[in-house]
Design a protein around this ligand. Structure first.
Ligand code: PLP
Length: 435
């Protein structure tokens, strides 16, 4: 059985993959958590490594035949260490959610208090939402942004931390456009004897290139996805700059205090996962290798410049951006800011209308939203994917023009179709996967 025969047999799936490739190539992708990986990352992800079981860690496996995957996983670890200035990394989490769950298992007992950034203000489900294990098995408490500024007030975080006394203070977000004060958060965590977890899933690529504050300098533990601004294979990793003795008094069989790295490794396997996905780990390693290059620095600088250009373009058209701008690759737009026809605009309507013009965004709650998560008043947009395609600042202006045109004419199918045609034509100039 060759791969060719499989391909010809399963036309259903491969035709659909071809359709999805066409969709990605012909439209404008603004979902802030998405990006386009290189052919090399895809090649590694689709390799024979998918056939290999390798429970355990490099050099300490429960299966034979791991000599090659050991080298691959070690390379992934070493490259991630170099990229982020970490001394310890676990590259096995299948996703960002898994990375966070493994940290919780390592640091907490059921019922312990955690303090995270409110989901409805831009936080993430895995930081204490009642529908996620983090909110079901632990006692979640939250801090948010200020209503007037849209920015986190660290004095309020401190007050909340002193009141709620979490064991784990979590920072990081899926829709917050400002940088984080990790030093201040570490002071807050230290003042109550908590551990600080920074989940940098979104801005990781910008952090790796020194374009945002360094979380590893302050947080005890850092998690990230590998597929957003980092532009690697889908997945998660856990990192520390400095390992330390676990503060929970957990001992080894020899009676020595276990290091945090050992608890985190166990939190991943066997705590929350089985065999690592070595094909994905290889793809992560390829992505880290790419992120270590100077080209990736130029990319990250352009991502930020593009986000700033896009924010300015929206502000100039009367759109309200939460916190009035962005430090990273994304922004959250409050659609209630637009009057006239658009006053009926919701995140849901924006998402459903923009897709008709082949512009992909996602609806998003804005802080203090009066609408449900299925409707929302906001939309989130990010520049990581379109920057990969080669778009620059002036193109961001053009995208804002198109978005504004679509939203202001959301019930005019003729306008939507003409914008779609223009976009499809425009995107031909930015081929995604040549050949
Ligand atoms: C801050 C943050 N943490 C964790 C995750 C979860 O990542 P994954 O979808 O890989 O589980 C995301 C994904 O959007 C995220 O934004």
């Amino acid at each position: 059985m060759t791969t060719d025969t499989i391909t010809t047999r399963d036309t259903q799936i491969f035709d659909l993959i071809a359709k999805e490739q066409h969709r990605q190539e012909s439209g404008i992708e603004l979902i802030a958590s998405e990006n386009f990986v290189s052919p090399a990352v895809m090649e590694a992800a689709g390799s024979v490594l998918t056939n290999k079981y390798a429970e355990g860690l490099p050099g300490k496996r429960y299966y034979g035949g791991c000599e090659v995957v050991d080298q691959i996983e070690q390379l992934a670890i070493d490259r991630a260490k170099e990229l982020f200035g970490a001394t310890w990394v676990n590259v096995q989490p299948h996703s960002g959610a898994n990375a966070n769950t493994a940290v919780f298992l390592a640091c907490l007992k059921p019922g312990d208090t955690i303090l995270g950034f409110d989901l409805s203000h831009g936080g993430h489900l895995t930081h204490g939402s009642p529908v996620n294990i983090s909110g079901k098995y632990f006692r979640p408490t939250f801090y948010g942004v200020e209503r007037e500024t849209g920015v986190i007030n660290y004095d309020v975080v401190e007050e909340t931390a002193k009141r709620e006394r979490p064991k784990l203070l979590i920072c990081g977000a899926s829709a917050y456009s400002r940088d984080w004060d990790y030093a201040r958060l570490r002071d807050i965590a230290d003042s109550i004897g908590a551990l600080l977890l920074a989940d940098v899933s979104h801005p990781a690529g910008l952090i790796a290139k020194g374009l945002l504050n360094d979380p590893l300098a302050h947080a005890h533990i850092v998690t990230t996805t590998t597929h957003k601004t980092l532009r690697g294979s889908r997945g998660g990793i856990i990192m520390m700059r400095n390992d330390f003795e676990n503060p929970f008094g957990i001992k080894t069989q020899k009676g020595e205090t276990r290091l945090m790295s050992s608890l985190l490794d166990s939190g991943v396997f066997p705590g929350t996962q089985g065999g690592p996905l070595e094909h994905i780990i290889a793809a992560k390693a390829v992505g880290f290798g790419e992120a270590l290059t100077d080209d990736f620095y130029d990319y990250a600088v352009q991502v930020k410049a593009n986000a700033q250009a896009m924010a300015t373009a929206f502000l100039n058209r009367g759109y309200k951006i939460i916190s009035d701008g962005t430090d990273n690759h994304l922004m959250l737009i409050d659609l209630r800011s637009k009057g006239g026809t658009a006053s009926r605009l919701t995140g849901k309507l924006a998402e459903n209308t923009l897709i008709k013009a082949d512009i992909t965004i996602n609806k998003n709650m804005v802080p203090f939203d009066d609408k449900s998560p299925m409707v929302t008043s906001g939309m989130r947009v990010g520049t990581a994917a379109m920057t990969t395609r080669g778009l620059k600042e002036s193109d961001m202006e053009q995208i804002a023009v198109y978005i504004d045109k679509v939203l202001m004419n959301h019930d005019n199918e003729t306008v939507l179709l003409s914008v779609k045609e223009e976009i499809n034509e425009w995107m031909k100039a930015f081929p995604l996967y040549k050949g």
